[in-house]
Design a protein around this ligand. Structure first.
Ligand code: SF4
Length: 73
C-alpha cells in the first residue's frame, strides 16, 4: 500500500499524526505533515510505502484529514 500527501495543501491540523504517529509526523520547518523517514519512498517526505501493520491507521488518518489530501492506494 502506498501513501501520498499533498503537503502544500496541509493545514497542519494534526489529525494524521495523532491518529497514526508511526507513519505521519509534523515537519518542524514548514509545519506540514510528512511521512516518517523509515517509510518514505525514495526519501520523499510526501510519499511512502505503508507496511501492512499500519494500513488501518493510515486509512483512518486519510478519512479524518479535513482537506482530503492523504491518498492511499
Ligand atoms: S490530517 Fe491532513 S490537514 Fe491535517 S495535518 Fe494531516 S495532512 Fe495536514
Amino acid at each position: 500500500m502506498n501513501v501520498i500527501i499533498d503537503r502544500m495543501a496541509c493545514v497542519s491540523c494534526g489529525a494524521c499524526w495523532n491518529t497514526c504517529p508511526e507513519l505521519f509526523d509534523q515537519n518542524h520547518c514548514d509545519s506540514y505533515s510528512e511521512v516518517v523517514e523509515d517509510y518514505r519512498f525514495n526519501g520523499d517526505r510526501a510519499e511512502g510505502i505503508v507496511p501492512d501493520c499500519l494500513c488501518c491507521c493510515a486509512q483512518e488518518a486519510a478519512c479524518l484529514c479535513p482537506v482530503h489530501i492523504i491518498r492511499i492506494s
